[in-house]
Design a protein around this ligand. Structure first.
Ligand SMILES: Cc1cc2nc3c(=O)[nH]c(=O)nc-3n(C[C@H](O)[C@H](O)[C@H](O)COP(=O)(O)OP(=O)(O)OC[C@H]3O[C@@H](n4cnc5c(N)ncnc54)[C@H](O)[C@@H]3O)c2cc1C
Length: 497
């Protein structure tokens, strides 16, 4: 029986573990933290429960597919509910736009909001982003990448040219919409890949299609049910979990990964999958002399994606202004991204996202709202804040929200702040970033870290810092594709189109 070890119980590692175990591998998962799920984890403050990390869930079929491929019934492990009117957008001039439940209804709302011309433009934009999405999902997502040659296969190269790699997202949106508020709304999706709309390729506008056409979902009981469901599925298939156990070295013998070292000693394996952040963990777990084609300098020179400043606020009431998801946009988006990416500092007037899952599911926070408040933050260095600076920035956020009519402080009963430095400590995230490398440069967007190293065999990489990128469905695709590549070597074909 092939013995596989997975380092890290993030969503990518869990998905890979499920599929390897379902197809005959003896799998052990080592996780330095006490819980599985990585950046998707639960916080409990009094009776208020919060999902940290993924609050906006798209592409639920990706999670279900992993369990189906493992021969399990997905609804035994998690259930998704499509949200109606999933997000309310508040603009700096006080206007509001809700996402509606279909492209046609959203077009009608846009017509009332910005006029008929932009409504027609929106429908065309949805067709164009649908084409981007379908091209990417049939070419980039269902595969792993090992070397630059993989990108140059004729089919993929043709597909690459179709997905607007040379235009920035902002340029694409400025051409699509007359109303600057709509440009700002759709530009925001660049932050879902940790990047700036003024630099990231227009390809990533496909995220707009996912949210506005396919919808945004909530997992019954809280999105952390995705992590606990995958963990349960893995255990049902015989996977062993070693939590609170940090891997300190990947043992390499004759250019082959042969085992891992933890405080408990060395454990041998036939195959090792690294789900911990590739940009921090490959350099720290494998001596540089053993990976000449992935030098420390290469990792250090990588531009980190955006990070986040998060406040989890438990309230003693339900604020009538709030829906499940809302965004309060800043008055100057260009300035905000200039501050974050060029000046590498916190934005003076940030755009503020709030998830209030108790709007949909009061059981997760029975005594009042559970606000997950997120603003974009610079990665490290630049993103570190002293305790008093954290308090001051939190007050800036609360002050901005009060200007928009949302009074949090009088109702606050619990509060926890998470900064980029916390994410670097807790998840070993590269410079405390959310997604590893930024996709600001075309090279970084399309040539993300490969799923296998060039210098060492029997070692694979999966998760947000590798292909196809960050975000909960993408890392699950990464776990699925990594497992498929490993199983193929055993002659087991996971066949799907
Ligand atoms: C604030 C925030 C908001 C987000 N919002 C969304 C959202 O709305 N929607 C969405 O889809 N996505 C969102 N994401 C992104 C999403 O959470 C990530 O892309 C995804 O969860 C990353 O999964 P992963 O497989 O890369 O593993 P990670 O979550 O990075 O987990 C890796 C695990 O490996 C462990 N590890 C690392 N090194 C070692 C070692 N040496 N030994 C043992 N264990 C180790 C870590 O402790 C960690 O548990 C958000 C993320 C954050 C932080």
């Amino acid at each position: 029986m092939t013995k596989s070890i997975i380092i890290g119980a993030g969503l990518g590692g869990l998905s890979c573990a499920v599929l390897l175990a379902a197809h005959g591998h003896d799998v052990s998962v080592y996780e330095k933290n006490s819980t599985a799920g990585g950046k998707l984890r639960s916080y409990k403050l009094g009776t208020h429960t919060f999902d940290f990390g993924p609050n906006t869930i798209t592409m639920p079929w990706v999670f279900n597919h992993v369990l189906e491929l493992a021969g399990l019934t997905p609804s035994d492990y998690f259930q998704f509910k499509r949200l109606s009117k999933h997000t309310r957008h508040h603009f700096s001039n006080g206007s509001l736009l809700d996402s509606e439940d279909s492209v046609e209804e959203s077009a009608q709302a846009i017509s009332r909001f910005a006029g008929q011309k932009d409504a027609e433009q929106f429908k065309k934009y949805m067709q164009r982003t649908a084409a981007l999405y379908h091209t990417a999902s049939s070419t980039f997502f269902p595969r792993t990448f090992r070397s630059p040659a993989d990108y140059l296969s004729p089919g993929l190269f043709r597909a690459l040219l179709k997905v607007k790699p040379l235009q920035t997202m902002h340029h694409f949106h400025a051409a699509a919409f007359d109303d600057p508020r709509l440009q700002q709304l759709f530009d925001r999706y660049a932050t879902y890949i940790g990047s700036s709309p003024y630099q990231a390729p227009a390809t990533f506008s496909l995220i707009s299609y996912l949210e506005w056409a396919d919808g945004v979902y909530y997992t019954t009981g809280g999105n952390t049910a995705i992590a606990s469901g995958l963990e349960k599925a893995a255990k049902d298939l015989g996977v062993r979990f070693y939590k609170n156990t940090e891997v300190t070295e990947i043992i390499v013998e004759q250019q082959r990964a042969a085992g891992i070292r933890t405080n408990d000693g060395i454990t041998a394996a036939d195959h090792i999958v690294l789900n911990g952040d590739l940009l921090t963990q490959f350099p720290s777990l494998v001596d540089e002399s053993l990976r000449p084609r992935f030098t420390n300098r290469k990792a250090e020179r990588t531009e980190a994606s955006i990070s986040a400043f998060v406040i989890m606020a438990g309230l003693d009431t339900r604020l009538p202004l709030l829906k499940h998801h809302q965004v309060f946009f800043s008055s100057d988006y260009k300035k905000e991204f200039h501050e974050l990416f060029t000046l590498n500092r916190y934005a003076g007037e940030p755009t503020i996202y709030i998830s209030n899952s108790s709007y949909t599911d009061p059981s997760v926070s029975p005594e009042g709202d559970n606000l997950f408040i997120l603003v974009n933050a610079p990665s490290l260095p630049g993103g570190e804040l002293t305790i008093s600076e954290q308090a001051a920035y939190r007050d800036t956020i609360y002050d901005l929200l009060e200007e928009k009519g949302l009074f949090i402080r009088p109702h606050l009963v619990h509060e926890k702040i998470v900064t980029p430095a916390d994410m670097a400590d807790e998840y070993y995230a590269f410079r405390g970033s959310i997604y590893g490398a930024a996709s600001n440069k075309r090279r970084d967007a399309f040539l993300r870290a490969y799923n296998e190293p060039a210098d060492i065999s029997n070692l694979s990489f999966t998760g947000g810092s590798t292909h196809p990128g960050g975000g909960s469905p993408m890392v699950v695709l990464s776990g699925r594709e990594t497992a498929r590549t490993i199983l193929k070597k055993d002659g087991i074909l996971l066949d799907y189109s």
